[in-house]
Design a protein around this ligand. Sequence first.
Ligand code: ADP
Ligand code: ASP
Ligand code: MG
Length: 404
Amino acid sequence: MAKIVIKFGGTSVGSIERIIAAAKIIKRKVDKNDKIIVVVSAMAGKTNDLVRQSQKISKNFNKRELDVLLSSGEQVTSALLAGALEECGIKAKSFMGWQIPILTDGEHNNSRIINMHVGKINRYISKKGVAIIPGFQGISNEADITTIGRGGSDATAVSIAKVFKTDECEIYTDVEGVYSTDPKHFPKAKKIKKISYEEMLEMSSLGAKVMQSSAVQTAMMYDLPLHVRSTFSSAEGTKIFGSENIDYSKTITGVTYSKDEAKITLLDVQDKPGVAADIFEPLGKNSINVDMVIQNISPDGKSTDLTFTIKRSDLIKTTKIIKLNKKKVRFKSLSSNKKVSKISIIGAGMITTPGVTYKMFRALAQEKINILAISTSEIKISVIINEADTTNAVKKLHTVFNLD
Ligand code: ADP
Ligand code: ASP
Ligand code: MG
């Protein structure tokens, strides 16, 4: 008798018919006598709708109240799925984050699960009940409802796998697994059967939203294998686990893209020790994540140009902070471009294969795509390009690295 956690994403519970279909998947596992914890997302589009409603009231909607609002989507699907299971003759009950409780730390709208109580749920599943838990929500030490960041139901499922020591963690979604690039937009994408935590973490962080990156990070830290698969077919999905189980026959495993980027350039910044720290310190203090940084060589040793990238949604806030800081950091002019995107190639095979970087740059040049910024790690290369070139770049790299 295995103890398993299964998570259904938004599209998988996007309508009453789909909730009933999800109940049937669960029933097959109940019939095998497994002990089951189910994590659900809100119905597809629901969380976005709620965000839009809050923004009609205020662009700076109170963060505590936003958590109360956004967590409601998952409450709805938990109850509907529990009801659907009962209709199939299966004992099932929903448990909200605060009832378990799932404890979180950090700021509203972007908390982190730090622990959860297991007693109530363990007792219930031991008595052949299916426990339904809403993803994405928990409570803070002040007993406020908190949410854990967009796409956070993945992280709830993985945390449950960790704390409840489950034998399996299955992520049911609307595609058959993790692909070499987004299969919804690139029909030539191929399903990846097995992928290492490290590569999956890079892919998630760089735009493959099929798994949320903090969920992959937790799985990697605690060595919890994941299986990403489709709610709409019984095909084997993608196994995510330690790299020792993986045979790398390809240099590149996947190509990702993110249109969530913006680029800022400061011209003629004073070139002296401490300037970069003075620019980036107030950004860090305001929770703005700086991604790539390029500093030109200073021709006269006095001033230089500095380019960096941030999330597009942080652009206005970032420019404001830099202008406010002008007494400390002098520069001639600030320009920004929010029509850029980030394209990345990811693959542990690149560690042992020389020439990947030039091959990527040559391929983009052949498409007349200009590279605006570059960053690399051991297993990935990312470039910033004009947003309009995104599709061309992904297609070209997918072909050049034999992924089609
Ligand atoms: P869920 O609601 O089930 O959590 P998401 O919408 O968060 O699902 O993630 C699934 C989506 O991720 C797919 O529909 C697909 O468009 C997108 N996606 C992006 N990159 C990839 C990739 N490399 N492999 C699979 N899916 C991807
Ligand atoms: N409903 C939340 C979101 O849309 C969490 C999730 O679906 O994973 O971000
Ligand atoms: Mg998701």
